[in-house]
Ligand binder design. Structure first.
Ligand code: NAD
Length: 331
């Protein structure tokens, strides 16, 4: 059995080699994203393994299905780059990743502390031997109310870590979780906005349908938050309206941002763009503020998570091709 893997980074190659040996599957590795133009590379494969750079829309899924490639496994938890309705209609099975939530949760809490303790301007100053304190006074977690939006695997792990800090924890999720409810108070979204000093997002991006949540953080929702609110986004960039973030940082309504993911990041993340003329004014402008910490969508990026992402995509494609079943199968 053969699998074609796309978006493959150098650091994933050893894990793919190990997974191939363990499962007896032949894995062809491609650094480029899977597109309609290069889909021929997948011919003869039982399934394709991709990351978020590969946009699996209806047209590409149809080409894959036409070549007999009936399984698409994404090595990510988020699946907003895959047209699940089209996959269902075409009979292409889709699997996602289910690596442990700890890496993203720890990164989220790190962001909270970096922003609350003004780490970015402190780092800038230290580099030029400016060891002054003025303007760097921080806040202590125990005195804050933290609002967690989305209490799935990552949100719940964030809540568990936060209990050690002694802060008050509010939560909002259409499907409250009994374990989280023991330490966090579930409230409606307006109460979470009104009462939280710090808000962190942990829900999937849903672009269409009655659950759509693109730009759930927008001018209107920010206006309902506390002055000086700190926002953390280690989920998906499009959950927050980039222009609304910029305006509200300028107006000092938002007191700080920790963004591992930001709207319009797609052309930038995980690539070396140092010598390119970049035209993404929104990100360039937002990232220069001292109270905005931004990273390149790397909250997931730990040794354990990468190994799991690779292993499950190989094992999952093999299992679905042979039995039709795997625990991360979505459609
Ligand atoms: P999960 O499916 O376990 O939990 C998601 C939760 O969000 C569910 O409980 C769901 O009911 C809730 N939810 C859905 N819509 C909501 C809404 N509008 N408001 C509030 N809650 C809502 O997913 P997870 O494993 O916890 O991951 C969450 C998201 O984090 C993923 O979908 C992915 O986009 C993102 N993520 C980012 C990185 C990164 O590197 N930055 C890594 C992994 C995952």
């Amino acid at each position: 059995m053969k699998i074609a893997a796309f978006d493959v980074r150098e650091d994933e190659r050893a894990d793919f080699a190990n997974a191939a040996e363990r499962t007896g599957v032949e894995v062809e590795l491609h650094a480029e994203a899977l597109t309609a133009a290069n889909a021929e590379l997948a011919r003869g494969a039982a399934g394709v393994s991709v990351l978020g750079h590969s946009q699996l829309g209806a047209e590409l899924l149809e080409i894959l299905k036409g070549m007999g490639v009936a399984v698409a496994a994404t090595r990510t938890i988020g699946v907003n780059h895959i047209d699940l309705d089209a996959a269902k209609r075409l009979g292409v099975a889709v699997l996602n990743a289910d690596y442990a939530p700890n890496g993203v949760a720890e990164y989220t809490v790190m962001f909270m502390l970096l922003v609350l303790r003004n780490y970015k301007p402190a780092l800038w100053r230290g580099q030029v031997y400016d060891f002054s304190l003025e303007g760097l006074q921080g806040r202590e977690m125990r005195n804050l109310t933290v609002g967690v939006m989305g209490t799935g695997r990552i949100g719940r792990t964030v809540i568990r870590i936060l209990t050690g800090f002694g802060c008050k924890i509010l939560a909002y999720d259409p499907y409250p979780n009994p374990e989280a409810a023991k330490v966090a108070e579930y409230v409606d979204i307006d109460t979470l906005y009104a009462k939280s000093d710090l808000i962190t997002l942990h829900m999937p991006l849903i672009e269409h349908g009655h659950n759509a949540n693109k730009h759930i953080i927008n001018r209107d929702s920010i206006a309902r938050m506390k002055d000086g609110v700190v926002l953390i986004n280690c989920a998906r960039g499009e959950l927050m309206d980039l222009e609304a973030l910029i305006d509200n940082i300028e107006a000092k309504k938002i007191g700080g941002l920790g963004l591992d993911t930001v709207e319009t990041e797609e052309e930038l993340i995980h690539r070396d763009r140092r010598t390119d003329i970049l035209t993404n004014r929104g990100i360039a402008y937002l990232r220069q503020f001292p109270n905005v910490v931004m990273t390149q969508h790397m909250a997931f990026y730990t040794d354990a998570a990468v190994r799991s992402m690779v292993d499950h995509s190989v094992e999952g494609i093999k299992a679905v091709a042979e039995t039709g079943e795997y625990r991360t199968r979505l459609v």
